[in-house]
Design a protein around this ligand. Structure first.
Ligand code: ADP
Length: 369
């Protein structure tokens, strides 16, 4: 039986309220509905219990001694294992600011005391169903990723057999040169795809080595310019570099180089002929900002986040380009996260795309928010 078909186990609910009467009432009520429950008399005890045991939902009061309901919500938000547990607030308060604050802090729902038991029953079962579906979806994603990883990993061996045989055929003068060229290019494109997918898995699982050190941005961008200017002129494009002097960022120079390579490859792909691609680096608001800007068709504002999803590609009649598989920007996002940095897309004026990479400034080592 797969996890998706498993019968629902009795849900375990944590009741948090400083009034014993309310706790007992809620627990009795949950029992009558067929749920298991536990109770705590304040936020501090609730947080400790949430760390010890796995609960399916929390019924939470706001006003309690020691740690109040807001504090519990804040705490749960910071913990990966707790942030998706549904929390239904049950409070004597019914004013809009209190309700809004709870919802902002991640509460799933809000019921004012005295509450209607039928409404609590409906809200609780709705929240538990959503949680169950989310967990089933996560499990499917995990299974899909594990399967993809296994297949991709195993594709490397037959691919190297193909590449070795192509090499032998060339050496022995066998086969048609043009066809061999097509096969070579297809095989190396497949090799790049396999490498990208394996790298993404490594970044996601935290097994990609990340060596953070001081990176002199002038030296890095001079090197990038020397490497990529010939590709730009082949495509009738101009590559410009502007760096503020003395700029030093904290990064893994190899990973950052690969992020820039992905951004530049895209810029070369999409820029209109005879336009300029500009890489600039400067201090901004205490961080180092690295910007790659092109004058291509641009990306609609509402897709500026989606393009960082795996396999996502913008359908654009204007650009007409659809080479690649949509892994480059997913790699950039994970690589920047691994370097405690960030990356986002913006629209360039009057048209085109601007990728903004944010890095920690070595002269001002504060975390990027
Ligand atoms: P790929 O280039 O392999 O398709 P990416 O993850 O690098 O994958 O990019 C995802 C999508 O974002 C691209 O398919 C393209 O639609 C869009 N995109 C990325 N960079 C640019 C750019 N500079 N200009 C316009 N569209 C872009």
């Amino acid at each position: 039986m797969t996890p998706l078909q498993a019968p629902p186990a009795t849900a375990l609910i944590l009741v948090v309220d400083d009034s014993k009467l309310n706790r007992d009432l809620l627990c009795e009520y949950l029992d009558a509905l067929g749920y298991a429950s536990e109770s705590c008399q304040n936020g501090t005890a609730a947080v400790a219990r949430l760390e010890e045991r796995s609960f399916d939902a929390v019924l939470l009061d706001i006003d309690m001694p020691e740690l109040d309901g807001y504090g519990v919500l804040e705490y749960m938000k910071t913990r990966d294992a707790l942030q998706f547990i549904p929390v239904i607030m049950i409070s004597g308060r019914d004013d809009v600011p209190s309700i809004a604050r709870c919802l902002e802090l991640g509460a799933t729902d809000f019921l004012s005391k005295p509450f209607n038991p039928k409404i609590l029953e409906a809200r609780l079962s709705g929240s538990l169903e959503k949680k169950r579906l989310r967990e089933a979806e996560q499990e499917l994603i995990r299974m899909r990723d594990a399967l993809t990883h296994m297949i991709v990993h195993d594709l490397g061996n037959p691919l190297s057999v193909i590449q070795m045989n192509l090499q032998m055929m060339r050496m022995l003068g066998e086969g048609d040169t043009e066809r061999l060229g097509h096969l070579d290019r297809a095989a190396s494109a497949m090799g790049t795809m396999i490498e990208s997918m394996l790298d993404l898995s490594k970044l996601e699982s935290g097994t990609m080595p990340v060596r953070l050190a001081e990176v002199d941005m002038t030296a890095l961008l001079e090197q990038v310019e020397a490497e990529y200017a010939p590709f730009a002129s082949d495509r009738d494009l101009v590559l410009g570099v502007e760096v503020e002097s003395g700029l030093v960022a904290i990064a893994d120079v190899l990973l950052l180089g690969r992020v820039l390579a992905n951004l530049l490859t895209n810029a070369f792909k999409y820029a209109r002929p005879a336009t300029r691609i500009l890489i600039s680096a400067r201090r901004d608001n205490g961080d180092v900002r690295l910007i790659v800007e092109d004058d291509g068709p641009g990306i609609p504002d509402e897709l500026h986040e989606r393009i960082f999803d795996r396999y996502y590609q913008v359908e654009s009649a204007e650009s007409g380009v659809r080479a690649g598989v949509g892994l480059g920007l997913a790699f950039c996002r994970l690589a920047m996260n691994a370097m405690d940095g960030a990356i986002r897309a913006e629209s360039a004026a009057p048209h085109g795309t601007c990728f903004v990479v944010t890095l920690i400034d070595a002269n001002n080592r504060r975390r990027i928010s």
